[in-house]
Design a protein around this ligand. Structure first.
Ligand SMILES: Nc1ncnc2c1ncn2[C@@H]1O[C@H](COP(=O)(O)OP(=O)(O)OP(=O)(O)O)[C@@H](O)[C@H]1O
Ligand SMILES: [Mg+2]
Length: 158
């Protein structure tokens, strides 16, 4: 079965915030999202916007640079991982992500391409590039019905 994909341009931080809002509103329990893009393309920034949209209390998702997984409780439990920090794949296994997903958590992984073989198939992959200092191109590739719901939300008219 084929799934949805789309490309969204962001012209500013506020565009990326709007995008995060749409993603957060469409997020379903048990969704695994991978963010792929080089340093400073905005993986953490987008995750923060998604966090705000699901009502994470402090409205701010701390960059997980110094811990590999940071939990945040909003409408859903968000687990934010930075695979850049992971040296040993066993560290991923210890997080028991599959069980957490089954329990309804949402998992967002920065640099997910680095630990692909240790994750179950993604629901949604977002590849981010930075054509200029203030613009971003986000390519959404869904691999499930949960991913499709997000792609539909970000590609519909404002
Ligand atoms: N349109 C835009 N959308 C998102 N971020 C933008 C945009 N324009 C500029 N930026 C800037 O890009 C930077 C993105 O930083 P961020 O830490 O989110 O990147 P990252 O991909 O998580 O990096 P790392 O790989 O180091 O974790 C921020 O400084 C942000 O202000
Ligand atoms: Mg980051």
């Amino acid at each position: 079965m084929s799934h949805l994909s789309c490309i969204v341009e962001s012209g500013s931080l506020s565009d990326t915030a709007d995008l995060g809002q749409r993603i957060g509103e469409a997020l379903q329990p048990g969704t695994l999202i991978g963010l792929v893009g080089t340093l400073g393309t905005g993986k953490t920034n987008l995750t923060q916007s998604i966090g705000r949209a699901i009502g994470i209390a402090d409205g701010y998702v701390v960059s997980p640079t110094f811990t590999i997984c940071v939990p945040h409780q909003g409408r859903l439990l968000l687990l934010h991982l930075d695979a850049y920090r992971i040296n040993q794949p066993e560290e991923v296994d210890e997080l028991a992500l599959d069980e957490q997903l089954e329990d309804g958590a949402v998992v967002i992984v920065e640099w997910s391409d680095r630990i692909e073989q240790y994750l179950r198939p993604l629901d949604l992959r977002i590849d981010i590039t930075a054509p200029t200092e203030h613009t971003r191109e986000l390519k959404f590739t869904s691999q499930s019905a949960k991913g499709d719901a997000i792609v539909a939300a970000v590609s519909s008219a404002p």
